[in-house]
Design a protein around this ligand. Sequence first.
Ligand code: ATP
Ligand code: SF4
Ligand code: MG
Length: 339
Amino acid sequence: MSPLLEVEDLHVEIPLPHATLHAVRGVSLTADAGEAVGLVGESGSGKSLTLRALLGLLPQPARVTSGRIVLDGVDVTALPERERRRRLTSAMGMVFQDSLTALNPVMRVGEQIAETPRRKLGMSGAKSKARAIELMDRVGIPEPERRYRAYPHELSGGMRQRICIAIALSGQPRLILADEPTTALDVTIQAQVLSVIESLRVEEGVGLILVSHDLAVVSETCRRIYVMYAGRVVENGPILDVLGAPRHPYSFALLRSVPDPDVPVHRLLTIPGQPPDLMDEVAGCSFADRCRFVSDACYEQTPPLVQLTPDRATACLRYEEAERWSDMVAEAPVQEEVR
Ligand SMILES: Nc1ncnc2c1ncn2[C@@H]1O[C@H](COP(=O)(O)OP(=O)(O)OP(=O)(O)O)[C@@H](O)[C@H]1O
Ligand code: SF4
Ligand SMILES: [Mg+2]
């Protein structure tokens, strides 16, 4: 059976006045129905643009320059734009990274939820209102009938984020793209919002692609993980395998503190050095300047994404030495910070 969503070799470019930024450089990923998949990587690695490109919601002037998006086995990139959009937006709903500010401040929250069922699913005013109230209840908004008439500023941050999730769900999607859905929230509200998303997945089979800086959140929520660096997926696989035995030096450095349950580190580590300039077509491995295990060959060829097992891949020329990386680091430690 084909996955619900298959993304193949997606490229997103941003033409700027004096150069072109190659922000997403050949990302491939899959998500099965009802599956939770995590997407991690440091700031600027292309996570948000990847998700937005899937829905045709790139900020100006970014554009998809190549790649295939296959939904339910159908290559939607080959369809006329209107049909492509219709299929993608009815299959997927998105919780935006800046969604708390994305709510319309002068429109009642209930009406913002009811808009999609009315417009996309052709529901009457009364039915779409009932649907919005049901969704508000579903995401844990107390007294949804009364709160239907509230404006965003009248609700707490946690409630506004639940409204955003209800909006993402309002078109009855089979996959939610959630871009840092809990970052702005305190820990208790984070847990509540995540449990709403998780119960939708378990009870209604709604799949999830989750972008988060919080590895505890990703490892609790997701079965598989994609690690992005400088616009590319550099490693992917079952989350326990990737966290427990990374096969790419970037994920090794980023995730290294996580598998030890006695170490209360939940955030990604900050790695010394800067990512490459996305304006340039980097010769060789784009991580080479920051990699502790770099060799001459790494500057000469771009590492291909090598499939290690059917569900595990890495883009490192030296992955076969991965079992020695911990010893090598212990011999020559470098100060790392948690962000
Ligand atoms: N509208 C835009 N104009 C110019 N550059 C942009 C625009 N949007 C994104 N970029 C650049 O594209 C690259 C990828 O951005 P993206 O937002 O996908 O990163 P991200 O991985 O989501 O980062 P973060 O973790 O900070 O949210 C970054 O270098 C970013 O500065
Ligand atoms: S290819 Fe070389 S530079 Fe790139 S991650 Fe692997 S060891 Fe490091
Ligand atoms: Mg982002």
